[in-house]
Design a protein around this ligand. Structure first.
Ligand code: URA
Length: 192
């Protein structure tokens, strides 16, 4: 199945309550052969209206971060752990994350990114349970054959300005991490 075909299926999803309140399903956007995939939490109001991920204020920060390492949105793939907007931007419920799990897993299987950047603690929890974002951000982790890289959520830097420097520093390491992965083969990276 192609990513386009999968995303068409995701767009029809009615597995959880969020299908009743959404305007659009936000499957994801970008390069379907991206080396780097970014995974956020869930769409907000703007994303729900447009059907595209990270186009609001958090998206502006994400764009700046990408630009700082000379990447464009078209170079990477951007998705969320939950594809439909939770009403009033509440946190996704555990059952909503579970219902959406398989969709994101299948997107990852098709794209086969070398690195999965986890934006914020909800995304980190989904892939690396038991870690703490304040301690584990900026540390690549190998888990079940994939390499994850947790960083602060761009939106978190809007209400805690002190986190911006951490996010900038963690992004600056991404090109080196990718180089290391390519050099060493997918099972060998320096963790931590
Ligand atoms: N925050 C997210 O986690 N995802 C989006 O798509 C937008 C804001």
């Amino acid at each position: 199945m192609t990513l386009k075909e999968l995303n068409e299926k995701i767009s029809q999803c009615q597995k959880c309550e969020l299908c009743k309140t959404r305007t659009n399903v936000v499957c994801g956007s970008g390069n379907n052969q991206a080396e780097i995939m970014f995974v956020g939490e869930a769409p907000g109001k703007k994303e729900d209206e447009a059907g595209l991920p990270f186009i609001g204020s958090a998206g502006k920060i994400l764009d700046e971060m990408l630009e700082s390492i000379k990447l464009k949105r078209e170079d990477v793939y951007i998705a969320n752990i939950v594809k439909c907007r939770p009403p009033e931007n509440r946190d996704p419920k555990p059952e909503e994350v579970i219902m959406c799990r398989d969709w994101l897993n299948r997107q990852i299987e098709i794209i086969k990114p070398k690195l999965i950047v986890l934006l914020g603690r909800h995304s980190m929890d989904r892939f690396l349970p038991g870690q703490k974002i304040s301690i584990d951000h900026g540390k690549p982790k190998r888990y079940n054959g994939k390499i994850y890289y947790p960083v602060y959520h761009p939106a978190a830097t809007l209400y805690r300005r002190s986190l911006l420097k951490d996010l900038q520093n963690d992004f600056q390491r991404i090109p080196t991490i990718i180089e290391e992965i390519k050099k060493a083969g997918k099972d060998e990276i320096t963790e931590g």
